[in-house]
Design a protein around this ligand. Structure first.
Ligand code: GLN
Length: 196
């Protein structure tokens, strides 16, 4: 299994290390045609406006939308979640516009720029550590979206079909359960492809 990490900006190396620790092949994605060689893609944390500028500069917008349209799994962490949202609160624009969520950026306030807490995730037996850095949360989600985790009453992880998002950074902890959830999505998707 080959998992790509969009390598334009942000926390790329940390994802690569965590993917390889779970025995999958991690591939930094720097050019659109490299998307053809992977089974799933991670959009890392970083700065979503900068990432969008680089997405445009390297002509990634349509190829990323096509990758999602092929039902290939995409996992957006933090800024990656902002990139996937159909709506961003208090702005007119969105980026990839793929997931039926309204995301609020930098939503936990300046005085709490970064913090770590333990959170419950649907389907997990025990809480996981979650690192938030100038994190967004999901302000609204359509009924097509499955809520996976909440913190202080706000949605911080969710899934819609082949799309998975988290406000927090699983790659900055040694707990690999959230990444494993994504890897399971990718392997199920591969099974469906092989059968059909
Ligand atoms: N605040 C950043 C943004 O909106 C996201 C921060 C992060 O990815 N850690 O792009």
């Amino acid at each position: 299994m080959r998992i790509g990490v969009l390598a334009l900006q942000g926390a790329v190396e940390e994802h690569i290390e965590q993917i390889e620790s779970l025995g999958a092949k991690a591939v930094p994605i720097k050019k659109p045609d490299e998307l053809n060689s992977i089974d799933g893609l991670i959009l890392p944390g970083g700065e979503s406006t900068t990432m969008r500028r680089l997405i445009d500069r390297y002509h990634f917008l349509i190829p990323l939308q096509e990758f999602a349209a092929m039902q290939k799994p995409i996992f957006g962490t933090c800024a990656g979640m902002v990139l996937l949202a159909k709506e961003i609160a208090d702005t007119e624009s969105s980026h990839l516009g793929l997931m039926d969520i309204v995301v609020k950026r930098n939503a936990f306030g300046r005085q709490r720029e970064s913090f770590e807490v333990q959170i419950e995730v649907a389907g997990f037996e025990e809480r996981i550590p979650a690192v938030f850095i100038r994190a967004p949360y999901i302000d609204k989600a359509s009924e097509k979206v499955e809520v996976l985790a909440q913190y202080e009453g706000h949605i911080v992880a969710a899934r819609q079909g082949n799309l998975l998002v988290s406000s927090f950074h699983p790659e900055l902890t040694s707990d690999t359960r959230f990444l494993q959830l994504f890897i399971d999505m990718v392997s199920q998707c591969n099974v469906v492809e092989t059968v059909s």
